[in-house]
Design a protein. Structure first.
Ligand code: NAD
Ligand code: AKB
Length: 337
């Protein structure tokens, strides 16, 4: 069972003051679930969703919505002022594979957008959540049980923006007192929205293809081991970190978090327990495989557990069973399939 945020409300401690919460990049994979979770937890009127995309006619996120380009500082300042924003969950970014195809746009959106959000936060005294990534590590980082504090020399533009983003958030905290907090998220697995062009997207696509066609062609090697997490655990982690007592945080940007360390072959085996005829084959995409090869296999999330009680609930088996049950409600196999 996926625990809803409202049932868990007590675990987050005190809610922030009466000012509103802005979510940037809210129509993406995380925002599609974070916005409803925040609305359930704090009240719908407290949460303003925003994205560069025009909201669809039948929106997946109900409530206040702003068409907002994070690369435009004046737009952010205006939205923050008009809605009396006190907290920003800054999700707008290009993910690793797309960023590698468009490095200049990635720098502009990932770094320019973050700088603008931090500037708005400085001027309007907002708290900021920054989603860093396992992509903030590189080939010279220890790959097994990657420590909280270690070498961060990524070789992708995505990773460069994540490390620089962590540093910029820490700078704004130290220099200007902005309450910025971040997580180094692993690949996220979810059933509400499709992923936006990352290296770990296979771990979502595989479920849709298993239910539709009983077959998936994976773009990573069968043994490409990476950290993953089910979205309900990621949402709990984000809100939990933002509500944690600041005095307990030894680190700000950003905490390692993980829930499972898996390969495509292991995920396929787990799916086969529920879909016995499921078959997987492999057509390796060299760009995404080389990115995966530069990332850790398993993070050490001990600091997050000690400092603010991070504890994921879904392992590989629980996540797979829940994903398939949820997706069966929305994905139909083709007739005769
Ligand atoms: P996504 O690609 O699904 O969504 C990003 C959203 O940002 C999109 O809706 C897009 O329209 C929007 N956007 C792009 N440019 C914009 C701009 N200039 N202004 C406003 N909005 C803009 O991404 P996601 O998976 O939801 O990830 C959100 C954040 O979490 C990103 O920073 C990502 O790096 C980070 N993260 C994600 C994962 C994951 O597995 N999903 C893992 C680690 C970190
Ligand atoms: C990606 O693959 O780019 C993201 C991430 C792990 O940051 N899912």
């Amino acid at each position: 069972m996926v625990a809803s945020i409202s049932k868990d409300a007590g675990q987050y401690g005190s809610t922030p003051g009466a000012r509103r919460i802005l979510v940037t990049g809210a129509l993406g994979q995380i925002g599609s679930e974070l916005v409803p979770a925040l609305r359930e937890h704090y009240g719908a009127e407290r949460v303003v969703a925003s994205d560069l995309r025009i909201m669809p006619l039948r929106p997946s996120v109900e409530g206040a919505y702003e068409h907002l380009d994070c690369t435009q500082l004046q737009q952010i300042l205006e939205v923050v002022r008009r809605h009396d924003i006190g907290t920003v969950y800054h999700l707008a970014a290009l993910l690793s594979a797309v960023a590698e195809e468009k490095p200049h746009a990635a720098w502009s959106i990932n770094m320019g957008g973050l700088y603008n959000v931090l500037e708005a936060a400085r001027q309007y005294h907002c708290q900021v959540f920054f989603p860093s990534s396992i992509g903030a590590f590189g080939p010279s980082t220890p790959r097994e049980r990657t420590p909280q504090v270690t070498i961060q020399r990524p070789t992708t533009i995505y990773g460069v923006t994540k490390v620089a983003g962590e540093l910029l958030c820490d700078y704004y905290a130290g220099r200007f007192g902005v309450d910025s907090r971040g997580l180094r998220l692993p690949g996220l697995i979810s059933y509400v929205a499709l992923p936006g062009g990352g290296t770990t997207d296979y771990a979502v696509e595989i479920f849709y293809q298993a239910l539709r066609y009983r077959h998936y062609t994976c773009f990573l090697r069968p043994d490409a081991r990476l950290d993953m997490m089910y979205m309900p655990d990621a949402i709990r982690a984000m809100i939990g970190l933002m509500e944690a007592d600041a005095a307990r945080l030894r680190y700000r940007n950003a905490y390692n978090v993980t829930a499972m360390s898996i390969t495509p072959a292991e995920l396929a085996d787990e799916i086969r327990k529920h879909v016995p005829t499921f078959a997987i084959d492999y057509q390796v995409d060299h760009l995404r495989q080389s990115i995966a090869d530069s990332w850790p296999c398993s993070l050490d999330d001990g600091a997050a557990r000690e400092d603010w009680g991070f504890a994921p609930r879904f392992d590989l088996a629980a996540m797979t069973a829940d994903m398939l049950a949820r997706l069966r409600e929305k994905v139909q196999a083709p007739k005769g399939g």
